[in-house]
Design a protein around this ligand. Structure first.
Ligand code: GLN
Length: 385
């Protein structure tokens, strides 16, 4: 038989999926993959049932149903202050995952350098490897994940087609300030590079931090491509609804590729999503409050169990330092914890380009009872190690 593509040699198994599978095997509470264990608002579920009954069962417009794109444009303008329009700037994708891959496929030629802050969400490098483009990692300095500005400038100087900015950032929980985004934007302008953002956690943010939309900064819309998702904001990760917001020319190319790759996201769920996007401001205030409560419950257990934590400014992830427990390897610790403590997390090393193996990532988007149960299990760690 002929060989598989050598590109696959650069693609490891997803550590998130690996830990999800192991959690299932040993019936651990799954705090590995980033999904909530609570329902979306009832109104959205009703809207989906109604869309199925009303016959929204065939392909929608492949760029995304017109009424959904209009709702996305209105919501983006409402929160970012930047006017975008459904016809020229918005594409609906199969989750934020397709959104990011399409953007990379549209922009990258083989060999192109794309800057990625490390730690990073695992999909970015995989997308680039599939396109024979080159991820170039710029380390954020722990514990507060500051940008090393000289190092970033130097990578732009060596040439960069684009930079990917996950804000709020998975897995670090960093929220980029307006000043940091302006700095990144000024380098992108100086070196004529694109800024690709992944803003799927835009509404999961802990005060006093606030979300700044990179595309809305002066002069940035033309070179900023905003990938988004409805998954996290409305607790519908299984609906697979994502968005790309970009200038007219890029949007045209995104739609061209999207048409061949997935044709479109599920039509009845697109119809139902309009109800989500029209929820009032109070919905976003409420989820920010709920996520703050989940974070507080869970971080308290982590600290009492002996983890050193890096408090997140946004997202529903936390990186926790396992050095006090005497393991030399984060993967070994995660397997041990899932088996013996019945809590699954993701080894931090899978998110870092540099050799970091003392951190693990927990997802705390869970009902309080789940967090208390997981937390009580974690409290046993000091007795077991
Ligand atoms: N984005 C989510 C995470 O980082 C889910 C990804 C996944 O399940 N592979 O965990």
């Amino acid at each position: 038989m002929k060989k598989f593509s050598p590109r696959l040699n650069k693609i490891p198994e997803s550590a998130i999926s690996e830990m999800n599978n192991f959690a299932r095997l040993c019936k651990a509470i799954n705090l590995a993959s980033g999904y909530p264990d609570f329902d979306p608002p009832q109104a959205i579920i009703e809207a989906a049932v109604s869309a199925l009954r009303r016959g929204h069962n065939q392909y929608a417009d492949t760029a995304g149903s017109g009424s959904l794109r209009r709702a996305i444009a209105r919501k983006f303008s409402r929160f970012s202050g930047l006017e975008v329009n459904a016809d020229d700037h918005v594409t609906v994708t199969v989750g934020g995952t397709e959104a990011m891959f399409l953007v990379l496929a549209v922009l990258c030629e083989p060999g192109d350098r794309v800057l990625i802050f490390s730690p990073f969400y695992e999909n970015y490098a995989v997308g680039l490897h599939l396109l024979d483009a080159q991820p170039v990692y710029v380390h954020l300095r722990p514990p507060d994940f500051q940008i090393d500005r000289a190092a970033l400038r130097s990578e732009f100087e060596k040439g960069a087609k684009a930079i990917i900015v996950c804000n709020p950032a998975n897995p670090s929980g960093k929220v980029f300030s307006e000043e940091e985004l302006r700095f990144i934007g000024s380098l992108a302008q100086e070196f004529d590079a694109y800024v690709i953002t992944d803003e799927v956690y835009e509404h999961i943010i802990f005060p006093p931090n606030r979300h700044v939309y990179a595309a809305a900064l002066p002069g940035m819309f033309e070179r900023t491509i905003t990938c988004g998702s409805l998954s996290k904001t409305y607790a519908i990760t299984g609906w697979r609804l994502g968005t790309v917001i970009a200038n007219e020319e890029i949007t045209e190319k995104i739609r061209l590729v999207h048409d061949y790759i997935t044709l479109g996201a599920p039509a009845p769920l697109q119809t139902a999503a309009i109800t989500a996007l029209e929820l009032p401001d109070s919905y976003y205030e409420e989820i920010a409050r709920q996520y703050t409560e989940m974070r507080d419950i869970f971080l308290d257990y982590l600290e009492k169990s002996g983890f050193k934590i890096i408090p997140p400014q946004g997202t529903y992830f936390v990186l926790a330092d396992i050095s006090p427990f005497g393991f030399d390897d984060d993967r070994q610790f995660c397997y041990w914890m899932a088996r013996e403590v019945r809590v699954a997390a993701v080894p931090g090393s899978s998110f870092f380009a540099e050799p970091v193996n003392h951190l693990v990532r927990f997802n705390f988007a869970k009902r309080p009872e789940t967090l208390h149960e997981a937390g009580r299990n974690l409290l046993d760690i000091p007795k077991l190690v």
